[in-house]
Design a protein around this ligand. Structure first.
Ligand code: URA
Length: 440
C-alpha cells in the first residue's frame, strides 16, 4: 500500500477501505508517514468528507492505536459523558458527584483548555494539591472508595488521535464533522464505556455554531456508536452565551460550590440534571423512578448537600486541599474592572467565543500549549441574555489572580472587546431552554 495513492483516492472523492484507513493510522502512530502526507490526507477529508463506514473505521483504528481500558471494576454498566466544549462549562465537576449519589461510577478522562474553550483538568487544578495525573493502576481503588476518578488523558489512550489532533490544530483541519466525530468517539471507545451521553454544544461558544452542524455531528457520533455497539445518547445544548455566571478556573469552581449549596445558575442546573438523568438511565440505576421524578431527585441531590459531600470525597481522594469553608484555591480572583451597561434595555446576545478569548487574554487559558495560566483570571457575568439592565448597571467584571498584575491598558482594551460581545435590545428578549434536543 502507498500513502500517496490513498491521498489521491480521497482527493478524487472515493471511499477508503478499512485496510487503507488502518494503514494510514498505523503509519501515523509509528511515525512512518510524515506530517506533510498526514496533513494532505486530513485536508482531503475536510474537503471531501467521509461516509459512515469510513468514519467508523477511522474511529475504530484510532481507538486500536493504543490500549483499551477495562472498566469491569465499576458497579453496573460503565457509562461516560463527553462535551464538545464551551465557555463557562462547569458541568463535569457537578455531574460526577451527583452520579455518585446514585451509585453510578465515573472514570473521567478530561482535557485541558485550548482556544476559546476551557478545560476540566485546568478547573480542577485550580484547587491546591488536586492531582490530575492519576496512574491507571489507581483507578479501581479510587472508584471503589468514592465512585469517581478524574484524570488527564493517559498517553496510551488513542495515541493516533493525539498526533492527528495536534496536526489538525496547525493545518486548518479541526473543523470537519468526520474528523471531530472520530476523534471524540475513538477516545470514548478506548476509554471502555459501554454507553455514552454526549453533550453536543451549539452556538457562538461552541465548535458547532449552528443547529444544522450540531445535528450533523450528533448524527455522525450516534452512527459510530451504533456501528461500534455503544449505546450513544446525544443532548444538544445551547452554548450561544457562556454557561452560568462565570468563566475562568477558580471562578468556575467557586460557582460549582455555589451550585452545590443551592445558589446555582438555572442554566447550569438544567444541563447537569438533564445529562444526569440520561446517564442514570443508561446505567440502569433509576430505582424505578420516572424521568420526571428522577430529574427532580437530581435537582435535590445536586443543590441540597448529597452531591457536595461526594464532591469533597473526590477532592480529598485526589489530594485536593479542603478548609472548613471549602476547597483551597491556588489563586483567588481579584475583580479588576467592572463593566457597566451603556444603555437601558435587555441583553439580546453575548458572543461566547469572543468572551472565551477575552478570558484567555486575561490569563485564564493558553494561546500555546506550554503557556502558564492564571487560575484566578476570568469573567463574572452579572447580566445574561433576557436580563433587563439600566444604563450604568454592572453587566460583567474582569478578574485576574490576586497575586498577578494586568496592565490598565490591557483591561481597557478588553473592556472595549466586551462591549463588542454584548448586544442589547429595547424590547424584552425571550430566553430559551438550554436543552435544545435529546436524541436517545
Ligand atoms: N474534541 C475532540 O476531542 N476532538 C475534536 O476533534 C474536537 C473536539
Amino acid at each position: 500500500m502507498n500513502i500517496v495513492d490513498i491521498i489521491l483516492k480521497k482527493r478524487y472523492k472515493q471511499d477508503l477501505t478499512f485496510e487503507e484507513i488502518d494503514y494510514f493510522v498505523r503509519g501515523v502512530t509509528d511515525g512512518s508517514i510524515p506530517d506533510y502526507q498526514i496533513s494532505a490526507l486530513l485536508m482531503a477529508i475536510v474537503l471531501n468528507g467521509m461516509h459512515r463506514q469510513e468514519m467508523t473505521n477511522l474511529t475504530l483504528c484510532m481507538a486500536d492505536s493504543g490500549t483499551y481500558a477495562d472498566l469491569s471494576y465499576c458497579r453496573g454498566i460503565p457509562v461516560d459523558k463527553h462535551s464538545t466544549g464551551g465557555v463557562g462549562d462547569k458541568v463535569t465537576p457537578l455531574l460526577l458527584p451527583l452520579l455518585a449519589t446514585f451509585e453510578v461510577d465515573s472514570v473521567k478522562l478530561s482535557g485541558r483548555g485550548l482556544g476559546f474553550t476551557g478545560g476540566t483538568i485546568d478547573k480542577f487544578e485550580s484547587i491546591k494539591g488536586f492531582n490530575t495525573a492519576i496512574p491507571t493502576a489507581d483507578f479501581p481503588r479510587l472508584v471503589n472508595e468514592t465512585g469517581m476518578v478524574l484524570s488527564a488523558q493517559t498517553p496510551d489512550l488513542a495515541p493516533a488521535d493525539k498526533i492527528l489532533y495536534a496536526l489538525r490544530d496547525v493545518t486548518g483541519t479541526v473543523d470537519s464533522i468526520p474528523l471531530i466525530a472520530s476523534s471524540i468517539m475513538s477516545k470514548k471507545i478506548a476509554g471502555g464505556a459501554k454507553a455514552l451521553v454526549l453533550d453536543v454544544t451549539c452556538g457562538s461558544g461552541a465548535f458547532m455554531k449552528t443547529r444544522e452542524r450540531a445535528d450533523k455531528l450528533a448524527a455522525a457520533m450516534r452512527t459510530i456508536g451504533r456501528l461500534a455497539q455503544i449505546k450513544t445518547v446525544c443532548v444538544i445544548t445551547d452554548m450561544d452565551q457562556p454557561l452560568g455566571r462565570t468563566c475562568g478556573n477558580t471562578l468556575e469552581m467557586q460557582e460549582v460550590m455555589e451550585t452545590f449549596t443551592g445558589r446555582g445558575a438555572p442554566d447550569v442546573i438544567r444541563v447537569v440534571c438533564t445529562l444526569a438523568v440520561q446517564l442514570i438511565k443508561l446505567a440502569k440505576k433509576t430505582g424505578g423512578m420516572s424521568d420526571e421524578d428522577l430529574y427532580k431527585e437530581c435537582e435535590i441531590r445536586l443543590t441540597t448537600g448529597p452531591a457536595l459531600a461526594k464532591f469533597f470525597e473526590l477532592l480529598a481522594s485526589q489530594g485536593g486541599e479542603l478548609s472548613p469553608s471549602g476547597p483551597v484555591y491556588r489563586e483567588l480572583p481579584h475583580e479588576a474592572m467592572r463593566i457597566t451597561s451603556p444603555v437601558d434595555g435587555y441583553v439580546k446576545h453575548i458572543q461566547a467565543d469572543k468572551i472565551g478569548m477575552i478570558s484567555v487574554k486575561l490569563g485564564a487559558g493558553r494561546v500555546q500549549k506550554t503557556d502558564e495560566i492564571d487560575y484566578g483570571a476570568g469573567i463574572c457575568f452579572y447580566a445574561k441574555v433576557g436580563d433587563r439592565v439600566r444604563r450604568g448597571d454592572v453587566i460583567c467584571s474582569l478578574c485576574h489572580g490576586v497575586s498577578r498584575n494586568v496592565s490598565d491598558d490591557l483591561l481597557f482594551d478588553l473592556m472595549e472587546e466586551i462591549y463588542d460581545c454584548y448586544e442589547f435590545s429595547d424590547e424584552p428578549v425571550e430566553t430559551s431552554d438550554p436543552i435544545i434536543k435529546i436524541l436517545d
